[in-house]
Design a binder for this molecule. Structure first.
Ligand SMILES: Nc1ncnc2c1ncn2[C@@H]1O[C@H](COP(=O)(O)OP(=O)(O)OP(=O)(O)O)[C@@H](O)[C@H]1O
Length: 194
């Protein structure tokens, strides 16, 4: 029986980097779980790669058919953008293992939907001062740095990933992302043992 390995962690904890390395890790054979969004596709993106890009009507169809696992709405300057996970048949736990990435809340919904034994948490942690330093470095490298948004996310994370919420979600193991390659190897070992 396959499993879904679900990556979570605060902003700039290294989720994207770890996700990319695990997805490309030979031998693990993980399939990528692709989420949906109603935000417009960007020039460099490809439908079905970063996300499936859909409209509000398709989101409502998933909702009414009972195949919407979790959904989040963000109020942006461009309007409301929805991000969601849907049971569209891409997950076949009889035959494969999957790699997902998301929030603590979406992890809880995934666990409810697919069953606790089938969804394994991969919680990434970085000491707060170091994480803020990485976030600032990353932001500095952007054409238009958004320092306010960076600070907003840093503060929101303290609430969204409080120790109470982490414990309530049943997460007991945390992977420290000090050295990226070592962290990836530690997670790969956890996946092999699961
Ligand atoms: N072990 C590490 N040592 C130093 N820098 C790292 C390490 N891991 C990741 N980084 C850097 O930290 C930054 C954040 O990494 P990444 O974008 O993967 O995090 P994230 O958790 O996906 O962030 P967000 O949720 O904010 O999008 C990147 O600039 C990345 O290069």
């Amino acid at each position: 029986m396959g499993k879904i390995f679900y990556i979570m962690g605060k902003s700039a904890s290294g989720k994207d980097h770890i996700y990319a390395r695990l997805a490309a890790h030979e031998g693990l054979g993980l399939k990528k779980l692709v989420l949906y969004t109603t935000r417009p596709i960007r020039a460099e993106e490809e439908n079905g790669k970063q996300y499936y890009f859909v409209d509000d009507k398709e989101l409502e169809e998933f909702r009414s058919s009972g195949n919407l696992i979790e959904a989040r709405a963000y109020h942006t300057v461009h309007g409301i953008w929805n991000y969601f996970t849907a049971d569209d048949g891409q997950v076949d736990l009889e035959n494969a293992d999957y790699l997902g990435i998301g929030t603590l809340e979406s992890y809880v919904k995934m666990r409810e939907y697919y069953g606790k034994e089938n969804v394994c948490p991969v919680y990434i942690e970085v000491e707060d001062g170091e994480r803020l330093a990485r976030a600032l470095k990353r932001e500095r490298g952007q054409e238009i740095p958004r320092y306010e948004e960076m600070c907003r996310r840093f503060l929101a994370d303290q609430e969204d990933f409080s120790e109470e919420k982490i414990a309530a979600a049943g997460i007991t193991r945390k992977f420290q992302n000090v050295d990226l390659e070592e962290c990836v190897e530690e997670i790969a070992e956890y996946i092999r043992q699961a």
